[in-house]
Design a protein around this ligand. Structure first.
Ligand code: ADP
Length: 348
């Protein structure tokens, strides 16, 4: 695991997971934001209940911490069935899936996180499972080989991935609903923060909720984590009430700036500025300069910088935007001068 970043959308520890679990919405009505997706799911769930069939298989893709697991729990809850979860890297052989599949009840949900990391053999084993709810097993070899069919109860597979581009075409084609979860706007995050504060009985000023929502990188998991840190600070340094001043100081202590960037984000931008004159530069070169894995940068650093308009991705590599120069306290380089000679020729 990479360094522990308070602004990461990934889970940091089991203890923290328990905390997030208590804040996890249990129904579609409690799920904040992403209205078009919620409506689409509501219809799919209602139709499935009427037909007494499971809902179609679903893929949720997008950065970590945006609610993919939460939606899988909600789908199972709304279908009044149990959820079975697993992480694809832990499934190395078809046999690893068997236990999970046979534990599923009718209408239940199998949630596979990081589904792009399934080995090809497991993926191919999944195809008939997803299409016909049956398992074909070959036992023995040569003349004694025998195919056995094990029927399964109809269920829904919900896959989550941060890298939809890495899904194979045949696997992707077997999902009825593919939905991209994008970063949340600050208004939705403020609502999530207020809801969490009410559950945790935190006295939170409305302006402090707004401030936190602007620094939470569009990610509910980060929003809840920041709220927790700020609550600790308020309890130790004040009377427990979270005011904007308290929130500002607590986040300052964590190295989180006005845009929600942390040390690693700023180092990433600074490296492009100082070492590569603002870009364009390839991600591998930046990763080498920072002594980081390029995958870590692609999955955990870049998406938010791109979303917040601080970074742009061009065919020649990554470039800092004007906003990034300002953010780093530098004036942006002058815009390229127009080519007067060519202009003169075309106008004359
Ligand atoms: P992912 O699976 O995409 O990494 P999770 O579903 O685990 O993200 O979400 C992380 C936490 O963020 C959840 O425990 C929940 O508390 C909170 N959360 C996510 N989405 C929402 C939402 N739309 N409304 C309220 N809370 C949310």
């Amino acid at each position: 695991m990479s360094r522990q970043r308070i602004v990461t959308g990934e889970a940091l520890s089991t203890e923290e997971e328990v905390f997030h679990y208590t804040l996890r919405p249990k129904t579609l009505d409690e799920f904040i934001g992403h209205r078009p997706l919620v409506e689409k799911l509501r219809i799919a769930l209602e139709a499935a209940r009427q037909r007494e069939e499971p809902i179609e298989h679903i893929i949720f893709y997008g950065p970590p911490g945006l609610g993919k697991t939460t939606l899988a729990y909600i789908a199972a809850h709304e279908m009044r069935a149990a959820l079975v979860t697993a992480s694809a890297p832990a499934i190395t052989r078809p046999a690893d899936l068997m236990g999970l599949l046979t534990n599923l009840e009718t209408g239940g949900v199998l949630f596979l996180d990081e589904i792009h990391r399934l080995p090809v053999t497991v993926e191919e084993f999944l195809y008939p499972v997803m299409e016909e709810f049956k398992v074909d097993f070959l036992i023995d070899k040569g003349p004694f080989a025998k195919k056995i069919h094990i029927p399964l109860k109809p269920f829904t597979l919900i896959g989550a991935t941060t890298r939809a581009g890495l899904l194979s075409a045949p696997l992707r084609a077997r999902f009825g609903i593919l939905h991209h979860l994008d970063f949340y706007p600050p208004e939705d995050l403020a609502q999530i923060i207020r809801r969490s504060a009410a559950i945790l009985k935190i006295r939170l000023d409305p302006d402090a909720a707004t401030l936190l929502s602007e620094r939470a990188r569009g990610t509910p998991r980060v929003a809840n984590r920041l709220l927790r840190r700020v609550r600790d600070y308020a309890e130790v340094k004040g009377d427990g009430r979270v005011t904007p001043e308290v929130a500002e100081k607590a986040l300052g202590l964590e190295g989180i700036d006005m845009a929600g960037l942390d040390e690693l984000d700023r180092k990433f931008l600074r490296t492009i500025l100082d070492t590569y004159r603002g870009g364009p530069v390839g991600i591998e070169a930046v990763a080498a300069s920072l002594n980081e894995e390029s995958d870590t940068l692609c999955e955990l650093v870049e998406p938010f910088l791109l979303k917040s308009g601080l970074l742009s991705r061009t065919r020649n590599g990554r470039c800092l935007t004007e906003a990034a120069h300002h953010h780093l306290g530098q004036s942006p380089p002058p815009a390229a001068q127009p080519d007067l000679w060519t202009q003169g020729k075309s106008s004359g």
